[in-house]
Design a protein around this ligand. Sequence first.
Ligand code: GLA
Length: 426
Amino acid sequence: MKSGRGRQWRGCLLALRFLFLFFWGVPGARALDNGLARTPTMGWLHWERFLCNLDCQAEPESCISEHLFMQMAELMVSDGWKDAGYEYLCIDDCWMAPERDPEGRLQADPQRFPGGIRRLADYVHSKGLKLGIYADVGNKTCAGYPGSFGHYDTDAQTFADWGVDLLKFDGCHCDSVKHLIEGYQYMSLALNRTGRSIVYSCEWPLYMWPFHKPNYTKIRTYCNHWRNSADIYDSWESIKSILAWTSSNQEKIVDVAGPGGWNDPDMLVIGNFGLSWNQQVTQMALWAIMAAPLIMSNDLRHISPQAKSLLQNKDVIAINQDPLGKQGYLLRKESSIEVWERPLSNLSWAVAVMNLQEIGGPCYYTIAVASLGRGIACNPACLITQLLPEKRKLGFYTWTSSIKTRVNPTGTVLLQLGGTSKTTSH
Ligand code: GLA
């Protein structure tokens, strides 16, 4: 029989855990007050996979055209992407005609988007999805199309009139840092003034870093997410460098993330050519730990069932979308093993064990349970479930026990400690 004292003690422990998470969970910085991106944005963006392909004669299936977006919209619905949470279908650079219209408004390239953006937005909305578009704070976009400098109000209003739901605002071709900072702020206010709900995706800190340390508290009050590091490529080198950048700057960026504002390590490239299966698992696991926007750039017409099931993994998406909205961090690095962790709601934690070794076979790595989740994750005991590379209930662990993982080279084992979410209980 359990003693009254034991029960009291456990009650106290539970209360302490609540208090700890409550105070630790109070976001330090105010988020952009547009009510959007309360959890990281999920969707699809053309850039990494389709770049600035303008040649619809030679490559009608992969040039940047309304045809491409209409096909992706259909697939997002028919192939379960929308049901999994991927909602925003986003256009990147190279959609514009080379000149503004006679009224000074941006216009889509008439050959590649004969129906215009308004009609495309209607189509996307008819599928229950949302449409994202791209513009630039400077004089030109990165690919050389008209920039928004001097036209912020007009462009914000044009996007709102078209029914756009997200703006990715790039930072190429700015004359000065002042221009960059003021432009990003101005556009945020201009979007708000339109009265339409438009997610505001910035690259402000990425373009600031070469000059001085970005003011993240301020950025969070203007943007729903912000890119920090260089453009993602379809390669393991690229994934590694984004993760290395993130962990080496985590003191500056982790605490600022929360409902309404997120660090953006760039697109998911799962389902393309450059990553092995283990590396794709690593990207999915770590993007969940980082509370990153899950914005895929791949070809939904040609994607392997394995990549699709990874991208649609409900348990991992639930970690990414956890309502507590706290970004995870690198807890420990021991030779080629990195242990990352993220606090979740329901007093649960996600833990990722990544093996950076690129020689040899799987690595066995043992972790003391007490060293995870600031000592409170599994105290006095918890159920541990492995979610990636495949789902496996590992059973009950006590605070004094340790957990042995087996991690493939360049792969990751993603664990969930505790938690009562429906997706982990079967
Ligand atoms: C920059 C951005 C990319 C993409 C391209 C488009 O490099 O960082 O994500 O939008 O511009 O030209």
